[in-house]
Design a protein around this ligand. Structure first.
Ligand code: FAD
Length: 307
């Protein structure tokens, strides 16, 4: 019931100002965001990798409407790639990029985003790692997949995200199930209209399983992005049935969510990658996490009430 309201609020500048400046928000945000600067984020990364987990780092920012800001976002990723190289983290840390932070929504945005993403993908390769393109609202999917195709011509290991909530995704999964392809499958975090997306959770879940089957039986590298115990169990069962070894797919979960489960899967020998966001522009990301789970909203409201 609160989900759509919170997702609408995630795009409101007024509520953004209110929530972002309230000092009480901070401790709750800290649960999901590994700091505003790179240094504390790298500390979190060291702690996670020290416990046998891998990471994908997200410099927070999205829906950029300004070219200079898009360049700043690109530069933040270039600095991140350099830091990963200096820390020797390339084999355990990759980067997740939202093309809307690189200017995808600007006039001529497709080309702007591609031009900004290219040097980041190159810097990632030099640092011994790679980039996964996050997937945003449905109207960006065609552009994001076209950018992916361009980037993969020079850097075939570049990955992308598919969202099972969208009707189109089974076809996209088939198209991206070939050799060398890296796909993170998620349910989808955006408020999508009935014309393009399943509206009932049960339908999104069923579509997730269908897409998972396509990716797991394909030749690419599936990345199972879900905290849902059912999806995790189904992925394990599919891998067993299809003879996929532990290093031929991975689980991915968000920083601060189901930490014990991340650790349990890693201890079983699975590859587990934690999505670690950092930066000052945390508002929209934070609101999506609240929208996903009423318990998170309760946690936030309780922290307001106890101050
Ligand atoms: P749900 O069905 O939402 O939840 C299943 C169970 O997981 C819950 O019962 C609860 O136990 C636990 N859980 C789920 N969410 C939370 C939470 N917020 N806090 C605490 N517990 C929780 N979406 C996109 O649209 N684009 C992306 O690029 C994208 N990238 C992602 C990257 C990763 C690594 C992950 C894990 C998710 C990403 N998402 C992305 C978000 C995703 O689409 C879902 O909104 C989110 O993962 C919740 O769905 P779920 O599969 O975890 O299961």
């Amino acid at each position: 019931m609160f989900g759509p309201v919170l997702l609408a609020a995630s795009r409101s500048d007024g509520i953004r100002r209110l929530v972002s400046t309230a000092p009480v928000t901070r401790p709750v945000v800290n649960r999901f965001v590994a700091g505003e600067q790179l240094d504390p984020c790298l500390q979190a990364v060291r702690s996670l990798t020290g416990r046998g987990l891998q990471v994908t780092l997200d410099h927070l920012g999205e829906d950029t409407t300004d070219r200079t800001e898009a360049l700043r976002n690109r530069d933040a990723y270039l600095a991140l790639a350099q830091a990963l190289a200096e820390e020797g983290l390339g084999t355990r840390a990759e980067m997740s990029v939202k093309l809307s932070a690189f200017g995808q929504a600007l006039p001529g945005g497709h080309d702007v985003a591609l031009a900004n993403a290219r040097p980041v993908v190159e810097a990632a390769a030099e640092a011994g790692t790679t980039v996964t393109l996050d997937m945003e609202a449905h109207h960006t999917v065609d552009s994001t997949l076209a950018v992916l195709a361009e980037l993969r011509t020079g850097h075939p290991q570049t990955g992308a995200v598919l969202q099972s909530c969208l009707f189109r995704t089974e076809e996209d999964a088939v198209a991206l199930s070939g050799e060398g392809s890296r796909v993170r499958l998620v349910k989808g975090a955006y408020n999508e209209p009935a014309a393009v997306a399943h509206q009932r959770k049960a339908d999104v879940d069923r579509a997730y399983v269908r897409c998972l089957k396509i990716l797991m039986s394909g030749k690419g590298y599936p990345m199972v992005g879900s905290h849902d115990p059912r999806m995790v169990a189904i992925a394990q069962e599919l891998a067993r049935r299809l003879g996929r070894k532990h290093d031929e797919f991975e689980f991915q979960m968000l920083y601060g969510i189901r930490d014990a489960e991340q650790q349990r899967l890693a201890a079983e020998g699975h590859r587990v990658r934690v999505y670690v966001p950092y930066g000052t522009d945390w508002y929209a990301y934070f609101m999506r996490r609240l929208a996903e789970r009423p318990a998170n909203l309760g946690f936030f409201l309780r922290s307001l009430a106890t101050r």
